[in-house]
Design a protein around this ligand. Structure first.
Ligand SMILES: *Cc1c(COP(=O)(O)O)cnc(C)c1O
Length: 371
């Protein structure tokens, strides 16, 4: 049986046409016209005035933190159950990450724990929509307004997803996306920073481009990065903009199919189909082994690998990362829900190239392994 990878993207035919235009015209760098086109079309699709394309989603988070002037002495609240990029951006800026645990149902940050984490040093709340369900934004916005905190919204897993009918990525003072190959929209590698604030947008553009100055190009008032996106990448991105609703529909359909196949398996917790504010878009289809099962996620993942099926473990919580522990962060932090998710959860092949037949084979094989 052929190997089924955990993610295989499917790109529209237009991508080739646009890429060829870059090659034929020689416009391959970030100066090419597709970059601005992609910024305009993507930001429009998430209802933001400005889009600043960057080289990946981790860079987008670094730019967001720097643009908000978050630095030593500041604290940022974020979920512990997320990717390292979120905490890394905060730590690299010299600020302190303060984590909250996950909600056991949605796997998103438990918004009821945010207020207790606020101190006089708190500058921002970084929300991350995890695996397909959005964070409960109304609750976050109320807290942010009450305490005058900025919201950084990491929507890297939520292209095409909505919260109460409004696009994910439209809630942050600054929002970020990734266009890595396993995201709903991909440029291979890529990312974007989005905002409605003109001054913040200007700052993000400068930070992405080494803080070159208009008047005296090679005289710098501030240090930036070369985080630019190339025209080749943007060309592939532009080709997918109109596909976003189609991709979202397909992801929902795949998630629902997995749930239908797996709902009868005992000792397997499946993702929520919906909350009162959103339907799951199943960026990835995650499953969690119930505590009464003797296997760990690792055991089941290796059994699936032996049967030629790729999987990925869930995120490892930020407060359990050796790299942060070694510098004295997160002493005495305990987040039991995230610790359990990390050990009991993993996700199944979820890329848009997955066929219904492949999906059936994955579900069937998982059932066999868990028998
Ligand atoms: C993928 C991802 C990122 C990082 O994006 P890269 O483009 O891989 O750097 C950041 N945040 C979340 C939530 C992600 O899923």
């Amino acid at each position: 049986m052929a190997f089924i990878p955990v993610n295989e993207p499917r790109l529209p035919a237009n991508a080739k046409t646009y890429l060829n235009q870059c090659i034929d015209t020689g416009w391959v760098s970030s100066e090419g016209a597709f970059v601005q086109d992609f910024e305009e079309k993507f930001s429009y699709s998430v209802d933001r005035r400005h889009g600043i394309a960057v080289c990946n989603g981790s860079a987008a988070l670094e730019v967001a933190i720097a643009a908000l002037n978050i630095r030593a002495g500041d604290e940022v609240i974020l979920p512990t159950f997320t990717i390292i990029s979120c905490a890394a951006a905060i730590v690299r800026a010299g600020a302190k990450p303060v984590v909250v645990d996950a909600d056991p149902q949605t796997w998103n940050m438990d918004v009821s724990q945010i207020e207790a984490a606020i101190t006089p040093h708190t500058k921002a709340i970084m929300v991350v929509h995890i695996y397909g369900l959005p964070v409960d934004m109304d609750a976050v916005i109320a807290i942010a307004n009450k305490h005058q905190l900025a919201i950084i919204e990491d929507a890297a897993e939520a292209h095409g997803q909505n919260y109460r009918g409004r696009p994910c990525g439209s809630f942050g003072d600054i929002s970020t996306f990734s266009f890595y190959a396993n995201k709903h929209v991909t440029t291979g590698e890529g990312g974007m920073v989005l905002t409605n604030d003109n001054a913040l947008a200007e700052r993000c553009r400068s930070l992405r481009n080494l803080c070159f100055q208009k008047s005296q190009r090679f005289v710098h008032e501030e240090l930036g990065w070369n985080f630019r996106m190339s025209n080749l990448q943007a060309a592939v991105g532009v080709a997918q903009i109109e596909e976003i609703p189609v991709i979202a529909d397909r992801k929902r359909e795949m998630g629902q199919q997995y749930s239908r196949h797996l709902s009868s398996v005992s000792g397997l917790e499946l993702p929520l189909a919906a909350t009162h504010y959103a339907e799951n878009i199943y960026w990835v289809y995650g499953v969690v082994l119930a505590d009464d099962r003797s296997e760990t996620a690792k055991d089941v993942m290796s059994a699936l690998a032996q049967r030629n099926i790729g999987t990925r473990p869930f995120f490892w919580p930020m407060h359990e990362q050796p790299v942060f522990k070694s510098v004295g962060l997160f002493k005495d932090v305990c987040c039991p829900v995230s610790e359990r998710l990390a050990r009991r959860g993993f996700y199944l092949p979820s890329g848009t190239a997955l066929t219904d037949k492949d999906l059936e084979r994955v579900a069937y094989t998982l059932k066999e392994v868990l028998k």
